[in-house]
Design a protein around this ligand. Sequence first.
Ligand code: HEC
Length: 108
Amino acid sequence: MKRASWTVALVSIAAITAAVALAGGSENKGKFNFKKTCKPCHTKAAKGSEVTPLTKTQEQWQRYFKNGTHNKGTEKLINVLTPEQLIDVQTFLVNHAADSPQPETCGG
Ligand code: HEC
């Protein structure tokens, strides 16, 4: 019995750690950097066309940043922002994606 509850405790810790790692960045900084760096190219009128957190689902945003290329694979995201800033922007976009608990059109 004692051993079973230890297992439960360890599994919960692992699950919490994974969840924190997934949303590891700062959402506020991410929102700031998204508006500052991504938005100028990503409004309806701009050359990149409109991009908001709602443009993709959480899974699609994860894949997008994991892939790390931009503009149809011709540019690396790392040329636009630092790795740390990218994690923040990813956190913001994933947390407010189309299928997230708090979808957000913001950034516009
Ligand atoms: C210098 C201008 C510029 C900046 C800065 C920029 N983009 Fe883009 N982005 C583009 C262009 C151009 C495209 C291609 C649009 C098209 O195919 O119609 C694009 C495409 C995209 C797409 C569609 C998929 C793809 O890769 O083709 C997404 C999503 C995207 N950008 C997200 C972002 C994010 C997130 C940032 C900030 C980290 C960002 N962009 C910064 C110009 C920019």
